[in-house]
Write a protein that binds this ligand. Sequence first.
Ligand code: SAM
Length: 210
Amino acid sequence: MELINPDIERYSEAHTDAPNALLEKLRKETYAHVERPHMQVGALEGAFLRMLVRLVGARRVLEIGMFTGYSALCMAEGLPDNGELVTCEVDPKVEEVARRYFAESPHGKKIHIRMGPALDTLATLKGPLDLVFIDADKVNYPRYYDAVFPLVRSGGLIVGDNAFRDGRILDPKTQDDLGMAAFNEKVARDPRVERVLVPLRDGVMVARKR
Ligand SMILES: C[S@@+](CC[C@H](N)C(=O)[O-])C[C@H]1O[C@@H](n2cnc3c(N)ncnc32)[C@H](O)[C@@H]1O
């Protein structure tokens, strides 16, 4: 389902900070050589994530679902020099691509890749975290939310991508769609957070811990 009018999307991109040359190269390589390239957040959401990182003054960020590293690089660009971003991934094919691009970026030294199922990695992490970006297997979103919540500082953000599931969220049937619906409901009913479900790209849930 086309959620956003493509002309409006192009207009928004044209009036948003453009991605740098490295991000653009990563976008092109991902679309040319990697399966399911549309999983990449892209220029508009990437700029939004970088902005969120700056707005909360983040120093410690966690990403669940790295893929070829586009969103990780965008968020790392928003971090100060002493900032760090831990990113979780299971697929070694995309890890190889991400590592090359992190090595090329002046912000790559802030990024630490943790390979293996994200729930296992989360069990080893300590807080406080300023921002968590959830963008991996949708069925586990509610578990990711519960696992990271105690690690996020007061005033920190938990951001969940693909809240709309291409529109299927209105009638969820698959395990992934049902997982996302459960996540959206969990966040919507959680008195410990303020939240906005932003209709950006495939829907971005932004929850701020009180
Ligand atoms: C939607 S993509 C992430 C896109 C990325 N944020 C970007 O903008 O380029 C989801 C990624 O999560 C990874 N993934 C899926 N299940 C996972 C798990 N249990 N633990 C860690 N990573 C997982 C997939 O291999 C895939 O690369």
